[in-house]
Design a protein. Structure first.
Lengths: 118, 155
């Protein structure tokens, strides 16, 4: 059985995930975090961004479930969260399969409706 | 910095050719009517329910639908704008173009339908993914594979 609360949570989550991933800076931050957790300071440096700008991006990523942040009030290191990313990757990585599958189904649909008519 | 990162634009392209045992007008309908689209659109295991589909098939017209995963009801909305509509031979649409998000990746898909003269139709789908690459080696292989690697890394 599907837990309705979890289901509710999943609905639209990909939407939020993709909105978060649409920004190249946020993707670069994720790529950096793939090497290990980092503080806002550590993230700001290579991107030559202000701490405020980085914090803003981190909030978006956190809301999308793409990262988690530590409780340490001073440092709050960020680290990647796998699940939302995996779901997004599953979708994106499936770009060619999306069309291959769709067109297979289209072919089948056309054949079926053709047969009915004939 | 954002500027530097958006300068590098990489493109991914796919071309798929299919020959259908069906007249061209019929194939065109399958692409341009919601009642038809709902029968075939989407990856296996996903469906675009009819009630989620709206399509205004004319240049500048918007289409929207929601891909729903059969297994658990997870939703993946999809939308775009038609750029060219030449019935029954050519359909061009851009995805990611109308999301009010100019930095987003944009996918332009050109679908051409050729009447083979014997009741069959050749369809060529040419999709170009304009990926705004982050200035990072992790992203060099394209967003999709980079994300896959990240996800694997965490698995």
């Amino acid at each position: 059985m599907i837990n309705p609360a979890i289901e509710q949570q999943q609905h639209g989550r990909l939407d939020i995930t993709f909105a978060a991933l649409a920004d190249p800076t946020r993707r670069a931050i994720l790529a950096r975090l793939a090497d290990g957790e980092a503080t806002v300071n550590e993230l700001a440096q290579p991107f030559s961004m202000t701490l405020q700008a980085v914090s803003k991006h981190l909030k978006v990523l956190e809301r999308a479930g793409l990262i988690a942040r530590g409780r340490d009030r001073q440092l709050r290191p960020s680290r990647l969260q796998g699940d939302a990313l995996k779901e997004a990757a599953d979708w994106l990585g499936a770009y060619r399969p999306f069309w291959e599958d769709s067109l297979d189904r289209l072919d089948q649909h056309l054949t079926e409706t053709q047969e009915k008519k004939g | 910095m954002t500027e530097t990162m958006t300068e590098e634009v990489a493109e991914r392209e796919i071309v798929i050719t299919r020959i259908f045992d069906t007249p061209r007008e019929r194939v065109w309908l399958a692409w341009t009517q919601p009642e038809e689209l709902t029968r075939w659109w989407g990856k296996r295991g996903w469906t675009a329910p009819l009630e989620t589909i709206t399509m205004d098939v004319r240049p500048g017209g918007v289409f929207r639908l929601t891909n729903v995963r059969d297994e658990d009801g997870a939703e993946m909305p999809q939308s775009g704008v038609y750029r060219e509509v030449v019935e029954p031979e050519r359909l061009v649409f851009a995805e990611g173009a109308d999301a009010g998000c100019p930095d987003a990746e944009q996918t332009v898909t050109v679908v051409t339908f050729t009447d083979l003269g014997d009741g069959r139709t050749e369809m060529v789908l040419h999709s170009r993914v304009h990926t705004t690459e982050a200035n990072s080696e992790q992203m060099a292989g394209g967003v999709a594979s980079a994300l896959e690697r990240l996800a694997d890394h965490l698995a």
